[in-house]
Every structure is written in C-alpha cells, then in structure tokens.
Design a protein around this ligand. Structure first.
Ligand code: NAP
Length: 379
C-alpha cells in the first residue's frame, strides 16, 4: 500500500483507547489521524489529559495531538471505538451514517442481526452482512463489532472442536483479570486475596455471542469470576461433543486450526491462532497471555471429562485479543477485502509487513488499565 489508511480512535483516553494507540503506533497499514474523547478532554493536548497506564511509552507525537470531540467529520476513514457503552450506541451510529467504517469494542451493536460480530479466523463470511446493514439503516458507512473478551477465548477454543467433532454443549467457568474492569476497576480490598463470583452482565453475553459467532445452537452454562490477576482471562471448559474424540485428537484439531490463508497473512494475525500447551500446569496468565504479541489463545490440560466429553483450560489476553488487538485485526481484514472506501484491497505481496509489525508495540505486554472504578462488567 502506498499510503497508510488514516484512522480515528474514539475513546482514546480510556484503557482500551491507550492499547489502540500502542498497537497502531507502528502499524504497517494504519496511521492515527485523530484522537477523540468526551467534552472533558476535547480541545486539550492528549498528553495533558490522558493518565497513561499502558506499559509501552506514549509516543511523543501522539502526546502532542489535540483531542477532538467524538463527532463525525474528524479525520479517519476507520473509526476504532473504545467508547463507554453508555455513549457508544449513538456516537457510532453517527459516524457510520456519515460514512465512517466503525470497528467497535463496545457491546451495543454486537447482537444486531445486520452487524458482523467478527473473529477473522472463525467467521469472515459475516462481512457479507455489511451491504444489508448500510441499505437497511441508510448509512454511508457501517459497523463491525468484536466480541466480549471472554467470548473471544471461548469461541476460539470451541471453533476447531466444533468443526471437527461438533460441540453440542459446554460448561465454562471464567477467571477474569482485573484489567478487564478498567482502571481503577475493582477496589483492591475487594479483590486481593479473593475471588468475586460475578462479572455483571457477562454470562449472558458470552452465551449469546458465542452462538452468533459459531452459528450454532450450543447449550452453554457460563460462570464468571473476577480474580486478582492483572491481564489474561482463563477459562475452565467442559464440552459435550457430537462425535466422540480422544484428548489427542482434540489437541490435534486445535493445533491444526487456521483461518483463511488471507486472514493468516494479515499483519496482526497470530500464526497459529491457538497454541496447545503441553505442560500439565499451563496455560497460566502470567506466562502465556502475551504469546503471539497477545493475539494467540492458549489451550492446555485436554483430558477426558466424566460428565461431558472432554475438559480443558483456555486463556487469552483480554485487552489485546479480547479488545484492541481484535479490532485492529478486524480492520485489517476490512482493508484486505477492499471494504474501506478509497483504500483498495491490499495485494497479497504487500501483506508481508508482518515481521516489521511484530514489533515494537506488543512484546508480552503487562497493562494496568484505567477507567472510572468498580466492576462494571467488561464489554
Ligand atoms: P474507559 O477507560 O472508561 O474509557 C472510556 C472512554 O470513553 C474514555 O476515552 C472517555 O473519554 C470516553 N467517553 C466517556 N464518555 C464519553 C462521552 N460522553 N462522549 C465521548 N467520549 C466519552 O473504558 P475502557 O475500559 O477503555 O473500555 C472502553 C470500551 O471497550 C467499553 O465499551 C468497554 O466495555 C469495552 N471493552 C473493555 C475491555 C477492557 O478490558 N477494559 C475489554 C473489551 C471491551 P474521557 O476520558 O474524556 O472521559
């Protein structure tokens, strides 16, 4: 690509907004053209209003940028949204109506029938919803959503098993990192030395979103827990399979799982997307959440289940694979497919920039996130 695609970050001062900045700072295809946040921040220098908590330094040229109000017309063909869900619905609709390609982390549009809830390795065909979305809503642009951060881990772990053996039911218990609740998030005296057996609204989201992504009526029983881990959501999963499978066959199916070759060549795509851990005490969030620049999901401890068919542990980085990194990968697929106006599809020869992009911005990140306090659920 001769020119990079200009992008806006909506909600740029927040925890996920900061992760977007880190991921986009050296991106081979994208260039940050504007940063937007609430009226509290608009009109001020980004470096003066942000409480930078990402483990990577704030790039000096980004610190100098003026924060814009979240109004359509700010520079950027793609608007990455990490807005609070209380305001995301109306703002994202305004941007899409005016022609922006909105790639969002917020929950508002995920379950809308005409909105792709996209994991490129699993359901790239969901992009076929876009023309109907634009026509039905009368928008010049469109919205593509990425799933809840726990949903991504579950859907990635189930997809290869569903393709190979059919998954008809699953029991899932999550152990979700503190960073998922933002900064300052859950008060330390509530969380340290403790497990909180509820993440508000999360169980229903994981159940519904997983079914939409896999296009399957899998019976799911999800239990969510907040634990005193910084980054990385761990999930204990038992699955009931339609065709029987040994742990070895399941491990083979998971290890062999790939997206479309096109998806595999996107700059942020991890290869392989899922790592099968061999050690009996892995995956662990501190050791494995950063794999593949935070984009790989880990699965381990695959073994027989006395109640369902198999049981195992899955893990993924909640703010990268579960949030900003997922959105960047989605946007890369949109560009590759020629769905970003005025930016032609990226030819396969130009997709080789991956090695450059395995960079700088994402080596085993250990983020502490910032929002406004309390466990407000995740997304
Ligand atoms: P956050 O830290 O609270 O950031 C929220 C952002 O929204 C800030 O930039 C804030 O700007 C902006 N904002 C708030 N009210 C606004 C308004 N009225 N108009 C315009 N901008 C406004 O939240 P977060 O943790 O980054 O999460 C962002 C989104 O991603 C949420 O929808 C969340 O559910 C979702 N998500 C979060 C995670 C996670 O791990 N944290 C994971 C997946 C998805 P100001 O600074 O100017 O107030």
């Amino acid at each position: 690509m001769s020119e990079k695609v200009p992008v806006a970050v909506l909600g740029a001062t927040g925890a996920v907004g900061q992760k977007f900045i880190t991921l986009l700072a050296n991106h081979p295809w994208f260039e940050i053209a504007s940063l937007a946040a609430s009226e509290r921040s608009a009109g001020q220098r980004y470096g003066d209003v942000v409480r930078w908590i990402d483990p990577y330094p704030l790039p000096p040229h980004i610190a100098q940028m003026e924060v814009q109000p979240c109004q359509p017309g700010i520079p950027g063909a793609i608007a990455f949204s990490s807005l609070d869900a209380s305001v995301a619905g109306a703002i994202e609709a305004d941007f899409a109506a005016q022609g922006a390609v909105v790639v969002t982390n917020a929950r508002n549009y995920r379950m809308e029938q005409d909105v792709p809830l996209l994991i490129p390795e699993i359901n790239p065909e969901s992009l076929s919803l876009i023309p109907a979305q634009r026509e039905g809503r009368g928008w010049k642009g469109f919205i593509v959503a990425n799933p809840n951060c726990s949903t991504v881990v579950l859907a990635m772990a189930l997809a290869p098993l569903h393709r190979a053996f059919g998954v008809e039911r699953a029991f899932v218990a999550t152990m979700q990192a503190a960073s998922g609740a933002g900064y300052p998030g859950v008060p330390s005296l509530d969380l340290l030395g403790n497990v909180i057996p509820r993440v508000e609204g999360e169980e229903e989201k994981i159940e519904r979103e997983t079914q939409k992504i896999l296009s399957a009526r899998i019976a799911l029983s999800v239990h969510t827990n907040r634990v005193a881990v910084v980054d990385g959501h761990t999930e204990s999963i038992s699955v009931g399979l339609i065709s029987p499978a040994t742990p070895e066959a399941a491990a083979q199916a998971i290890a062999a799982f790939r997206g479309l070759p096109e998806v595999e060549r996107l700059p942020s795509a991890p290869c392989p997307p899922i790592v099968v851990q061999q050690a009996p005490d892995r995956p662990q969030p501190r050791l494995d959440a950063g794999l593949g620049n935070g984009m790989q999901v880990s699965v381990g401890r695959i073994r027989p289940c006395p109640i369902l068919s198999l049981r195992f542990t899955a893990l993924g980085h909640n703010t990268i694979r579960g949030a900003a990194g997922a959105a960047v990968l989605n946007a890369e697929l949109l560009v590759a497919r020629g769905l970003v106006p005025a930016h032609p599809p990226v030819r396969s020869a130009e997709r080789g920039a991956r090695s450059e992009h395995e960079h700088s911005s994402l080596r085993t990140p250990r983020s502490q996130l910032r929002t406004r306090g309390g466990d407000r659920g995740e997304a």
